[in-house]
Design a protein around this ligand. Structure first.
Ligand code: GLU
Length: 468
């Protein structure tokens, strides 16, 4: 049997982390078993579905690299098929027309509520022959007795009594098929073997299984994954910061870091934290997913991101960093090679946004010295070393890290100072603050003209301090 999984988002918003994790689990399961992963857009809620949202979801999937083998299929393009199946169910007696007026249904509901019972349709029209010409809905004729066993791959075995499930509407009075019906027809037509989805759908499962059986189909396996909570234990929402996958890109998170983070939300393999895609595919299994909800932990995501920034090819980091540098109003083509910058900064940034910020000095003069760094390092004692450095650097033709290192070493020696005493004021002069890559690389990346200009500026700053 070929394993076939699907991701079936409703395009009523962006791709959020919960959806992305469901998609990842479905994708991994298909990849692990050499199966197929299908993308299906559940856009039947015409009022809430938007084209922008479809695009946002597709964009998120592409960014994460969750490529699908089939689809995207759109439910709105399959109404004829759903209606044909509804007609088939009507013909076989597994569905019936219902013309109960709204008032009657309201009354049923109110009475049930008053008795503190779950509101359910009482099957009044089961035996009636409502004419297709009359306004009506179509209901599924749920079995009256017996039970549905859901052997969930995550939640375990659950039994639902049919007496608890009422006759679900499968076609509305306007002729449109309902959610549960469309899902069933799609899962059947797309030959889905494993339905992996959020556990907010657990209650739909026995109903969907009953409809499938009425259609002569053996239901697929189900796996309902628990929800994701914020750091504070509440259901993850906008309040917790970024929830859209694309917002993580904007924050400078690498897709592999987010995937690694997501796979660990509710799944583990010993105490291993870092998983390459290949390892995920090899080690992941849906039946090892935790039943309990998992809490989102931003610190951990940042830690993973830093790990991937450090281990990625600097050329690729440069490519991903470029737009973030652009966001700072900088054209990275005018200055040092961005891959060299990425290599130099990889130990120092948890996100690409941070990397862009700490690398801006390479391309443009900073606005003001960081006060603490300047107070500590640009003191009158730094004047002489800076003057000497300036003279030596002005004369230097070979602007390489090696030659630059030598200049700093020579000046330190001549002044009988430790290298740090010379390098640190120089660093603050060129970068604006006391943290940057090694001084040789820092100067190399900033370039000769900017270095000299900024030493001059630091000397002016010291002179002002001497006066004031
Ligand atoms: N469209 C549903 C949702 O976005 C998913 C339904 C399913 O996976 O069966 O919640």
């Amino acid at each position: 049997m070929t394993i076939r999984t699907r991701f079936a988002p409703s395009p009523t918003g962006y791709l959020h982390v919960g959806g992305a994790r469901t998609a990842l689990f479905s994708w991994l399961y298909a990849r692990k078993h050499g199966g197929k992963f299908v993308l299906r857009v559940e856009d039947t809620d015409l009022e809430r579905s938007t084209a922008e949202s479809v695009n946002a979801i597709l964009e998120g999937m592409t960014w994460l690299g969750l490529e699908y083998d089939e689809g995207p299929f759109y439910q709105t393009q399959r109404f004829d098929r759903y209606n044909a199946v509804i007609d088939q169910l009507l013909e076989s007696g597994h569905a019936y027309r219902c013309d109960c007026p709204r008032e009657r249904l309201e009354k049923l509901r109110e009475d049930a509520m008053a008795r503190k019972e779950k509101p359910r349709y009482d099957g009044c029209c089961r035996a009636k022959q409502v004419s297709p010409e009359e306004p009506h809905v179509v209901r599924f004729r749920n079995p009256l007795d017996g039970a549905v066993l859901v052997d969930d791959l995550v939640l375990g075995k659950m039994v639902f009594d049919n007496s608890e499930l009422d006759d679900l509407i499968i076609r509305r009075s306007d002729g449109s098929p309902t959610y549960n019906l469309s899902v069933v027809v799609d899962d059947m037509d797309m030959r889905i073997t494993h339905v992996i989805r959020g556990n907010d759908h657990v209650m739909n499962t026995p109903r969907q299984m009953n409809i499938l059986r009425a259609l002569g189909q053996e239901p697929p396996r189900y796996a309902h994954v628990p929800m994701i909570l914020g750091d504070d234990g509440a259901r993850l929402s906008k309040r917790h910061g970024a929830v859209s996958v694309m917002q993580y890109r904007e924050k400078g998170i690498l897709p592999e870091a987010l995937l690694n983070y997501l796979v660990r939300l509710g799944w583990s393999h010993g105490d291993q934290e870092i998983f390459s895609l290949d390892e995920m595919i090899e080690l992941f299994d849906i039946d090892q997913v935790n039943k309990a909800p998992s809490a989102f932990n931003t610190e951990k995501l940042l830690w993973l991101n830093q790990h991937y920034i450090k281990s990625a090819d600097p050329k690729r980091i440069a490519h991903l960093l470029s737009p973030h540098i652009g966001d700072l109003g900088i054209d990275p083509a005018q200055g040092a090679d961005l891959a060299e910058v990425a290599e130099a900064q990889k130990e120092r940034a948890q996100t690409l946004v941070e990397m862009a910020q700490i690398s801006a000095f390479v391309y443009k003069d900073f606005e003001a010295f960081d006060e603490v760094s300047a107070k500590k390092n640009l003191r009158p004692v730094a004047r002489e070393p800076l003057e000497k450095l300036k003279a030596a650097l002005e004369a230097l033709e070979d602007w390489t890290p090696e030659a630059l290192h030598q200049v700093v070493a020579d000046v330190s020696e001549a002044l009988e100072l430790k290298m740090g005493k010379v390098a640190q004021p120089l660093r603050v002069a060129v970068v604006g603050r006391a943290a940057s890559p090694g001084i040789d690389v820092t100067l190399y990346l900033a370039g000769k003209a900017a270095t000299l200009r900024r030493i001059e500026r630091a000397l002016e700053y010291i002179a002002q301090r001497e006066q004031g």
